[in-house]
Design a protein around this ligand. Structure first.
Ligand code: NAD
Length: 349
């Protein structure tokens, strides 16, 4: 496969994807385009052997065109986005700017370089979310690729709009696109505003674990490495114009995830030498259970109750299957944060 442009490659999933791609496709060069917002972090991909970071904005269409031409790029993997639902509720504008206008800018650049003055082989892969499908009742069937869109938050509405633009560039101009809609990711390098790293770091510092509502909102949890494998499968085997659901096969209420985090933190303090000295404010350092930090807070406005993902199509057509169990993936993730304080410590400041 020719060289790749990875947008948002200094963020959580994009950064993991850069490492994954370097390890599995060492002959391909990866150009990362990232604006390094609060969520982007140079150090996430500093050690990637075959990647180059270009600091820039996806809304800069001329810059994207130059990168596509100068680096002979025939594949774009588009992660760059504003991604945090709570931030979209307090300030939707940035989500409209990056997720909608930014995606249109990338599509324009791709069309201009790949389709005008002779057509060349190419692929535009767009990373989207299961949140575009709205909220499920307890017994509703899981989201499939044909579930109607019903986004409920400014974040999911902006992602839905970007999905429609990607689809439209395929149908109108013949751009060869694929889209994947994935569930909640977890793993290394996730910014500590999302549930798992936030709760882990709060637990280490003896701060409250704030649980929205009754804690019974349900999500499917996808290890980021499985997600990277799913994206690779879309690039290698996905058909232009198609969308694929990528899930982790681990549908859980938030409370079960939170209880698992508490158990794993307690276990780490029992097993890892020196943790109590490093984190003296942690309940686990004082012989108390981490669960003593659980605190119920006012629910998120418009909080979707349940997401669940049916990945039958990706399994059948792409041979995709998640390999990480949630328990093992969570344990590895917590240990990664304990071993990589140098990565997250500066973010807390
Ligand atoms: P993230 O917030 O960790 O990273 C986003 C990256 O995009 C950052 O590096 C940021 O600097 C960059 N960026 C933001 N605006 C930009 C701009 N205008 N130009 C260039 N770069 C810009 O996000 P993530 O969790 O890694 O999510 C990646 C993608 O996956 C997003 O499209 C998100 O909607 C989607 N997604 C994420 C999840 C999840 O659980 N994290 C679930 C479903 C879908």
């Amino acid at each position: 496969m020719a060289n790749l442009l990875v947008t948002g490659g200094a963020g959580f999933i994009g950064g993991n994807f850069v490492h994954y791609w370097n390890a599995h496709h060492p002959d391909t060069r990866v150009i990362v385009l990232d604006a390094l917002t609060y969520a982007g972090n140079r150090s996430t991909i500093a050690g990637a052997p075959n990647a180059e970071l270009v600091e820039g904005d996806i809304r800069d269409t001329a810059l994207v065109e130059t990168l596509l031409r100068n680096h002979d790029i025939a594949t774009i993997v588009h992660f760059a986005a504003e991604s945090h639902v709570d931030r979209s509720i307090s300030g939707p504008d940035a989500f409209i700017e990056t997720n909608i206008l930014g995606t249109n800018s990338l599509l324009k650049a791709a069309r201009s370089v790949w389709l005008s003055n002779g057509r060349r082989a190419h692929r535009f892969h767009h990373i989207s979310t299961d949140e575009v499908f709205g909220s499920l009742g307890p017994r509703d069937p899981a989201f499939s690729e044909t579930t109607p869109y019903a986004p409920n938050s400014p974040y999911s509405a902006s992602k839905a709009a970007s999905d429609h633009l990607v689809r439209a560039y395929h149908h109108t101009y013949g751009l060869e696109v694929t889209t994947s809609n994935c569930s909640n990711n977890y793993g290394p390098y996730q910014y500590p505003e999302k549930l798992i790293p936030l709760f882990l770091l709060n637990a280490l510092h003896g701060r409250a674990l704030p649980i929205y509502g009754d804690g019974m909102n349900v999500r499917d949890w996808l290890h980021v490495e499985d997600h990277c494998r799913g994206i690779e499968a879309c690039l290698l085997h996905g058909l232009p114009g198609e969308t694929y659901n990528i899930g982790g096969g681990a549908e859980l209420p938030n409370m079960e995830v939170i209880d698992a985090i508490c158990r794993e933190v307690d276990r780490a303090f029992a097993e890892v030498d020196g943790l109590a000295a490093r984190y003296p404010d942690a309940p686990a350092a004082q012989g108390k259970p981490t669960s003593s930090l659980k605190t119920f807070v006012t629910d998120r406005a418009g909080h979707d109750r349940r997401y669940a993902i049916d990945e039958t199509k990706a399994r059948a057509e792409l041979s995709y299957a998640p390999l990480n169990s949630f328990d093992e993936g969570l344990r590895q993730t917590l240990r990664w944060y304990l071993d990589n304080e140098r990565w997250w410590q500066p973010l807390l400041a």
